[in-house]
Design a protein around this ligand. Structure first.
Ligand code: ADP
Ligand code: ASP
Ligand code: MG
Length: 469
């Protein structure tokens, strides 16, 4: 069994949707896939923009977003044959959207719960059209509303699977269809609570949906079909000569996804690891390319495998003489982040200060207020985490030195490394992130980069002391 997930650009027009159905049909000759679909590109953003406009009292702007969304779907439906009744289905969903926008406008506030109800609609719209194309082409298939079986908790905006209920519900919904050779078309990104309230798994969460469903049905492979040839040595939008990596380990893929490689939602790998289900990244635009296989173990001599950056990060520096020689200080700091359910991405400590980064800033004011009880707090907005994922940090000396030596004129805000064998992360000002990635790629990964002799040698173990600066 195979799960095939198609992202926003892969279903961005009627033509693209038809391509998707062709790819599904090819797979269906060998095994019966579950097809997980994203919203058409830019639709989730438009849905969210409409909700924000409604909350801000600009209802006409919200309606303008509805018009944009309508136009995009109607254009796709008009380009396929036999879609007349789909138009009324789309209108029904859009009418529901307008009602929700009206509710948001009436209270003048956008709750996370309402935002989830709105932002998940794009997947329902796109999947209805793709399923119709499949049907018209004679593929034995069935459209399913993922909210019937993707049971999550009520952490709106980044809901978590409730495995104990989700797995039996998913198996019950999907297995009888798959066993009789019926291809299932469903949505990524969305789920619902036990009580039937709509949730989402977080932006980019369709990849995560695919791996959750893959685990629930014991799939042989989870395929992430997107708009690039695979997981690459850097974001190809930033580095022109980025290359596809043919095989990546689960651990490397997780680190890269967590630290900014948008090609994969950070949580995608987690469920797959437990059942050792391989994840393959493939390009819908160039389906014959081999892509990237993400699996348990990978053999490679590369010193550095890839470079990524995660922008829009906030760095927090806490300085306090109280920390000197005291125990329990970090526990108090962590308790504050725990209280506001804010996760820490990177951390570095010294004798009298702690530096850390977060990417969710909803509770920043409260966090700063509480931290201020323990010391002086300084905030730097708009920084970026740059991560260098490699293999031989432990075995080979000099790599960290070479990393920092290659960063000419880039001011380093903080260094956090050593916790993972395979990742060295540091923080730069947001405006420098792309340059830093390009310099590192040039040093290690551009043609010939790997074979360069180590240009800067420092004794092994110095990475650790650098991390504690
Ligand atoms: P989808 O809509 O298919 O989910 P996304 O836009 O979420 O696609 O992710 C694909 C994009 O991820 C690519 O277009 C690319 O710009 C970006 N990206 C960032 N880092 C990497 C990387 N290391 N390898 C490949 N793509 C990357
Ligand atoms: N459509 C959702 C988003 O744009 C989920 C996804 O594409 O993975 O975030
Ligand atoms: Mg994505």
């Amino acid at each position: 069994m195979i799960v095939m997930k198609f992202g926003g650009t892969s279903v961005g027009s009627a033509e693209r949707m038809q391509e998707v159905v062709q790819l599904v049909k090819q797979t269906a000759t060998k095994s019966c896939p579950v097809v997980v679909l994203s919203a058409m590109s830019s639709v989730t953003n438009a849905l969210i923009a409409g909700a924000k406009a409604a909350a801000a009292g600009n209802f006409n702007d919200a309606l303008r977003q509805v018009d944009l969304i309508r136009a995009k779907h109607v254009e796709a439906i008009n380009a396929i044959s036999g879609g007349a009744d789909l138009l009324s289905e789309i209108e029904e969903r859009l009418a529901e959207l307008v009602v929700t926008y009206k509710g948001i406008a009436a209270v003048g506030e956008l709750s996370k719960r309402s935002l989830d109800a709105v932002s998940g609609m794009g997947e329902l719209l796109s999947s209805a059209i793709v399923a119709r194309i499949a049907n018209a082409q004679g593929l034995r298939s069935q459209w399913l509303d993922a909210r019937k079986f993707m049971i999550t908790d009520d952490s709106f905006g980044r809901a978590n699977p409730v495995w104990g209920e989700l797995v039996p519900a998913t198996r019950e919904a999907l297995m009888p269809l798959l066993e009789q050779g019926t291809v299932v078309f469903t949505q990524g990104f969305i789920g619902s609570t036990r009580k039937g309230v709509s949730t989402t798994l977080g932006r980019g969460g369709s990849d995560y949906s695919a791996s959750i469903m893959g685990v629930a049905i014991d799939a042989d492979e989870i395929q992430i079909w997107t708009d690039v040839d695979g997981m690459m040595t850097a974001d190809p939008r930033v580095v022109k000569d980025a290359r596809v990596i043919s095989e990546v380990s689960f651990q490397e893929a997780s680190e890269l996804a967590y630290f900014g490689a948008k090609v994969l939602h950070p949580l995608t790998i987690k469920p797959a690891v437990e059942k050792k289900i391989p994840v393959r990244i493939l390009n819908t635009f160039r389906p014959t390319e081999p892509g990237t296989l993400i699996k348990d173990t990978v053999v490679s001599d590369d010193i550095i495998r890839a470079v990524s950056s995660k922008k829009g990060i906030t760095a927090i520096f806490i300085s306090t003489p109280k920390m000197l020689m005291s125990y329990g200080f970090l526990a108090k700091v962590f308790a504050i982040f725990d209280r506001y359910q804010t996760s820490i991405d990177t951390i570095a400590t010294s004798e009298i200060s702690v530096a850390l980064t977060i990417d969710q800033t909803e509770s920043l004011n409260e966090i700063v207020r509480d931290l201020s009880e323990y010391g002086e707090v300084r905030i730097v907005h708009d920084v970026a985490i740059v991560s260098v994922v490699g293999r031989q940090y432990r075995e080979k000396s000099g790599i960290a030195g070479r990393v920092f030596a290659s960063l000419k004129d880039v001011n380093i805000v903080m260094i956090s490394g050593g916790a993972s064998d395979i990742n060295l992360s540091f923080v730069v000002e947001g405006a420098n992130a792309d340059d830093a990635v390009r310099m590192l790629h040039g040093e290690f990964l551009s043609q010939g980069g790997q074979s360069n002799p180590l240009s800067f040698v420092i004794p092994s173990g110095s990475e650790e002391s650098a991390a504690r600066s």
